[in-house]
Design a protein around this ligand. Sequence first.
Ligand code: G6Q
Length: 547
Amino acid sequence: MSSLPDTAAWRSLTAHYAELRSVHLRALFQDDSERVTRMTLREGGLRFDFSKHRATDETLAQLVGLAEERDVAGAIARMFAGERINVTEGRAVLHVALRNRSNRPIRVDGRNVVPMVSAALAKMRAFSDRLRAGEHKGHTGEAISDVVNLGIGGSDLGPRMVVEALAPFAKGGPRVHFVSNVDGADLARTLAPLDPARTLFIVASKSFTTQETLTNARSARAWLIERLKEDAAVAKHFVAVSSNADAVRSFGIDGANVFEMWDWVGGRYSLWSTIGLPIACAVGMDRFEELLGGAHRMDEHFRTSPLSENIPVVSALLGVWYAGFFGAASHAVLPYDHGLRLLPAWLQQLDMESNGKRVRADGEPVEGYTTGPIVWGGTGTDAQHSFFQLLHQGTRLVPVDFLAPIESHYPRGDHHPKLLANMIAQAEALMRGRTEAEARAELGAAGLDEDGIDALAPHKVFEGNRPSTAILFPQLDPETLGALLAFYEHRVFVQGVIWGINSFDQWGVELGKQLAKQVLEELEGGSAGDHDASTRGLIRAVLQGRK
Ligand code: G6Q
C-alpha cells in the first residue's frame, strides 16, 4: 500500500489547504446561500449539518477523491462480505451481522452467521422476558430486582452507555448496575444496598480471562454464597456472556446459563451482541431490537450510499482533513442530552482503541501524517462552564460534534428550549467568532472609554472559524440511538482505511497487562524484582507503606 502522503489526492489536498487555510467560515456562508442545503445530510430522522466545516465543494470533492484512491468502497464491501479484515488477528469484523434485520446471508468462511445471531437473540429474549416478568426466581424463590453486569472495556462501556441513554424506556424492568473496575470500591459500593436473594450477576467477558472481571466475579460469588449460605445459589444468580465456554464452566456457571458470542465480534463493537444482555434486561427485548434496527438502517445507508452522500464517510473525511492539514490533535463530542452523558466515554474507547496506532496494517510505520485523534467531551450545558473557553479562544483547533434531541423525554417548563438554544448558539459562536470591530462596539455600548476599550478588546475577540457538526434528531429513542452509534462505528472504520491501519486490533493494551502480572507477584511476594529504579521505588514504597 502506498503511503498516504504519496497519494495524488493527498498532494492535491495539500495545495488546496494552502488556499483554504485563511478563508473564514463567515465568508463561505456569505458567498453561498445554498451551503446549508447542500451540506446537510439526512438518514431517518437524523439530520447532520456539515455546513460549519472549513470545506468547500472543492474540498469535499477532493476528500471523496482521497476515499476513492484509498478504496473505501472496497473496504466497506469487504467488511460486509465477512472477509478477515482484522489482519493481525486473522478475524472477520461483523458487528453489522449482529443487527442485520434483513436476513440477507452474511458468511464467515462460507458459513451464514445470520441463523446463529437469530438463535442468540431468541435466547436473550427468552431470558430477559422471564426476568422482567419476575418469573426468573433466585435461589430462595424471590424475583430478581437488581442485575449487576460485571465486565470491563467493550464488555462494559457500550451496554452501560445504552442503558443510561434509554432510561426513559426502562419501566417495569429490574435496576441494572455496572461494575467494571478492579478497585474494590466499585463492587463494594454497588453491592452495599443490594439484596443477594434478588440480585442477578451477568459475568460479561468475551475471553473470560480478563483479570478485573474475573476478580469481581469471584468476589461477587463469595458475597452471594456467604449471604445465601449455599454454593448451589450460584446457579440461579449467575449467568455469563462469553465465547470461552470451557472457562465459564470451570468458573462454575452452568452451560445453560451461557450466552454465546463469537470471535468476529470485537469487544468495543459488541453491545449489539449478547453483551447487550443488560440492555435487554433494562428495557426489554423489543426495545433492544429497535436499537438493532436503527443501527441496521445506518449500516444500509453506509453500505449503499455514494461516498459523497454517505454520512459516516463525509464525517470521517472531515476528521482526516483536520488531523492531516490543520494539526487538530483532538475531537470533541458534546451531547446536549443528559441521557447521552456516557457517549464521550464510549466513543473514546471506540475511536482511540481502534485508531490509536503508529503502525499500518501492512506493518510499515505511519509516516508523514497522524492517526486517531484524542477523543473527549462532556454534556452541554455543563461543559460550557468548564472547558469551552479553550474551544473558543485556545490556540488549538478542536473539531466538535454537537448532538441534541429536538424533543425531550422530560418536558418541563422551558428547560429544553434553553438547552437547545445553548447548543445552537455555541455552534454559531465557534463558527462566527467576534471581530475586533464588534468587540469594540460592544464595549463602547457598555459605556467603556477609549482606554478601557483598548485594554479589553483583544481579550474579547474570538477568531471563530472553528468547525462543528450539528447532529439533530427528533428524540432519543432506541432506533435513533442505534443509528447514531453505528454512524460513529463506521466513521472510525473509514478513517482507519484512509490511514491504512487496522482499526480492529488493540495490541497496545498488552504490555501494561503483562507487566502488571509481574508486579502483582512481587507485591504479593514482598520484594521488587528486575525493574528500573523508579518502578522498584514504587513497589518498595507500597510494600513499606501498607499495613
Ligand atoms: C475492546 C477490547 C477490550 C475488551 C476488554 C474486555 O475492543 O478488546 O476493551 O472488551 O478488555 O475483554 P473481555 O470481554 O474478553 O473480558
